[in-house]
Ligand binder design. Structure first.
Ligand code: PLP
Length: 392
């Protein structure tokens, strides 16, 4: 039996006719950039997240770039984020000429540890109350924002993070690229900070037929700025008040995403059910001493973009599963502070022990909504077989 990590064909089979009709409609209109499909999707996602503004952009990476640019991040500024995330989170900070500064993740979760954030601020920053600025002492940069990643589809501990941000007057941007539909104490991911960013990369929970992204915000002024930034800072036509980008969501993507959006909740539910079933299967197979399953926290609902276990002999287990026809992935095998392009930041491998442990121990298993009971049982029994033969 083959079980891919993600089976987009299975999903497409269920909505093929709807997608084709929607795509045809766009071709018939011959309107491909910023038309009624993008407009409609923006309204639908704003409604779903309970915010007034949603702005479609070219990718999740651009959503982050434009969000940070909208709050004025540039040279001389620092943005605090985690080293255990997809590259784009920190890449956009550097691309704006600002300094990425890392704070480690929680020991038991995968999001920024609020206690470590407080400790970092007390140890390495100085609050200049006269100008209301938090200065990073070693670089002299002004800490402008906290960029919070809701990794794998579970929100960071936002109440603590927002209260720290409030104390020092920092903006909060949410990298909710993996977390559309997740909630924290019933507040939607992306709608808690100043701006939230989504990705519609095909493998995300709400995936398009190519690249796409969206910024959401409750702050109309910031929303308007993102809107201006995505079309070269141009308003009215051919008059440019600020230097922006060309970063628009196109109509074909929006049309596909509008077909999929009404299914998102049921897909998230199916992912959660798969996670519950994994938990039962792992317990029944007596695997919980070898495999640590994701902690499901009552106020941080999980949409399981990825189902990530921590396990012993991770690389060997991955090879074993591959030989059994089971797709897995390591998100991410190296933390960002270890990347060659960020060597100039001067971190050492030992600086972020929780991120380092996560890089060594994590493995993402198939969790997509269409995964069958039979496939899931095959995965769990293959894992059980592996550990049975290790005698550990
Ligand atoms: C996917 C992703 C991005 C980037 O989104 P793209 O649409 O691929 O540009 C950024 N951050 C995180 C955490 C992601 O998972």
């Amino acid at each position: 039996m083959r079980v891919p990590l993600l089976d987009l064909q299975a999903q497409y089979a269920t909505i093929k006719n709807e997608i084709r009709l929607a795509v045809d409609e766009v071709f018939e209109s011959q309107k491909f950039v910023l038309g009624e499909q993008v407009d409609g999707l923006e309204k639908e996602i704003a409604g779903m997240c309970g915010v007034p503004c949603a702005i479609g952009v070219a990718s999740g990476t651009d959503a982050l770039l434009l969000a940070l640019k909208a709050i004025g991040v540039g040279p001389g500024d620092a943005v605090v984020t985690v080293p255990f995330t997809f590259f784009a989170t920190a890449g956009v900070i550097a691309n704006l000429g600002a300094l990425p500064v890392f704070v480690d993740i929680e020991e038991s979760g995968f999001e920024m540890d609020p206690d470590r954030l407080s400790a970092f601020i007390e140890r390495e920053c100085e609050y200049r109350s006269a100008v209301g600025k938090l200065v990073h002492k070693s670089s002299g940069c002004t800490i402008k924002a906290l960029l919070q990643v809701h990794l794998y589809g579970q929100c960071a501990e936002m109440d603590s993070i927002l209260s720290i941000a409030g104390k020092y007057g920092l903006s909060v941007v949410e990298d909710a690229c993996q977390a559309i539909g997740a909630t924290y104490k019933d507040r939607p991911a992306g709608a808690m900070g100043d701006l939230g960013c989504f990705s519609f990369f095909p493998s995300k929970n709400l995936g398009g037929a190519g690249d796409g992204g969206m910024v959401i915000t409750s702050n109309e002024q910031l929303g308007d700025r993102v809107r201006l930034l995505r079309t070269h800072g141009m308003r009215p036509k051919y008059y440019h008040s600020i230097v922006g980008f060309n970063s628009r969501l196109d109509e074909l993507q929006a049309a596909v995403l509008r077909v999929k959006l009404p299914y998102l909740e049921q897909w998230s539910r199916a992912r959660r059910q798969n996670a519950d079933s994994y938990a039962k299967d792992f317990a029944a197979a007596d695997l919980l001493s070898h495999v640590k399953i994701p902690a499901v926290l009552p106020h941080r609902s999980h949409i399981f973009h990825q189902y990530v276990i921590r396990c012993r002999m991770r690389d060997e287990l991955q090879s074993h599963l591959k030989a059994q026809g089971i797709g897995t992935e390591i998100y991410y095998p190296a933390s960002l502070h270890e990347q060659e392009c960020f060597r100039y930041l001067g971190y050492t491998a030992a600086d972020f022990p929780c991120s380092a442990a996560a890089s060594r121990e994590t493995l993402a298993l198939p969790i997509y909504p269409e995964l069958t009971d039979e496939q899931r049982r095959h995965i769990v029994s293959s894992i059980a077989n592996f550990y049975r033969h290790q005698k550990i």
